[in-house]
Design a protein around this ligand. Structure first.
Ligand code: KG4
Ligand code: ZN
Length: 343
């Protein structure tokens, strides 16, 4: 009979992530990360210019067992030493999520250890605990991924308030769309960043912040349209334009408001710490700007290593630990969920 677990102070937790095109597994013991393995199908997806769900699911099926075995072996842990399995159950591609979730369910059931169903976005937030061992709520977070853009106020380990978000696209989505406009390959974000490094922010694109809104609100659709129009107009007139300048100008317009508003929120809330998470937090321009602004306002910045900003399983294990300590365990009938609201 599955259930009745003996809980530990510093459990050994296996994290599994398969929501998009990364099959990842990681092991933590208490707050200490023992291993993290990521097997990506991004190069396969690049041939199609983006993530093809069926290809992602098949790649997860091929890689999940390998990723878990490698993570256990690198951690020096056997399956018998595991105290819990934490797995992403959403949001993400349904078929992709089901591969990781089914694997995690079978493992937890056969070992009679808790199964922890992790919200991918909460995983991105928890990544900050991996590099900031002394991080304690309250703090303000800039979350910027392919699906979400928000500034959050984390009150306790399990509760946060959404201070502001985006009214249309997410920041990562905008990076990916601009990459396409500029003819850059998938994955778009890092390629736009690389191109921007050779350019100057000399084009006046509209910033990603909605001034008319009373609440904190970002918007990327106007910025994206401005980039499209700029490139089209130049092409129609037969004028040359510098794609690197377009990338650099877009990057500033997309990121400056995120940084400014995050720091403003921390100051207004009297929080002394800022964290960041999600794929766009791997952007060097964002990291440097946030570092500079936090320093200016005497705020402590805890920003995960780049590899823990983009999709990984260490963040899933880290959130798993928070849920383990809160006693939030899933039943075997838990299902994958393509969409989970941020709040
Ligand atoms: O968090 P993530 O890996 O997956 C989601 O949960 O969405 O974020 C992926 C997003 C993509 O849109 C990708 O283009 C963007 O993060 N990204 C970047 C960079 N690295 C990843 N955007 C800008 N600069 C980067 N260096
Ligand atoms: Zn993600």
């Amino acid at each position: 009979m599955y259930g009745q677990f003996k809980l530990k102070d510093n459990p050994v937790i296996l994290g599994i992530e398969s929501s998009c095109d990364e099959t990842a597994a990681a092991v933590i013991k208490g707050e200490t990360l023992l291993s993290s393995v990521i097997i990506s199908s991004a190069s396969e997806q690049a041939k199609f210019g983006g993530v093809v769900p069926e290809i992602a699911s098949r790649a997860h099926t091929d890689a999940v067992d390998k990723a878990v075995k490698q993570a256990l072996s690198k951690a020096g842990v056997t399956v018998g030493m595991l105290d819990a399995v934490a797995v992403t159950y959403g949001a993400g591609l349904l078929g992709a999520l089901l591969v990781g979730l089914s694997f995690a369910k079978s493992l937890a059931y056969s070992l009679n250890i808790p199964l922890i169903a992790v919200n991918h976005i909460r995983g991105h937030l928890a990544a900050a605990y991996l590099c900031g061992k002394n991080l304690k709520p309250p703090y303000v977070t800039l979350l910027a991924s392919g699906g979400h853009t928000a500034v959050l106020y984390t009150k306790t380990y399990t509760q946060f308030e959404v201070i502001g978000g985006t009214s249309d696209d997410a920041a990562g989505e905008a990076f990916d769309k601009v990459a396409r406009i500029l003819g850059l390959p998938y994955p778009g974000g890092p390629n736009v960043q690389r191109l921007a490094e050779n350019g100057k922010a000399v084009i006046d694109f509209p910033p990603s912040y909605v001034r008319s809104s009373k609440a904190l609100q970002f918007s990327y659709s106007g910025l994206k349209t401005a980039v499209i129009n700029y490139c089209h107009n130049a092409k129609q007139k037969g004028e040359n334009f510098n794609p690197a300048d377009v990338a650099a100008s877009f990057q500033c317009a997309a990121i400056d408001p995120l940084v400014k508003k995050t720091v403003e929120c921390a100051v207004n809330r009297g929080a002394d710490t800022v964290t960041a998470g999600g794929g766009v937090a791997a952007n060097d321009y964002l990291r440097k700007s946030l570092e500079r602004e936090c320093l200016k306002h005497n705020l402590k910045l805890i920003i995960p290593e780049k590899v823990f900003c983009t999709d990984n399983a260490a963040m899933i294990a880290a959130e798993g630990l928070i849920q383990y300590r809160a006693g939030n365990f899933a039943q075997m009938d838990v299902n994958a969920c393509a969409h989970i609201p941020l709040k």
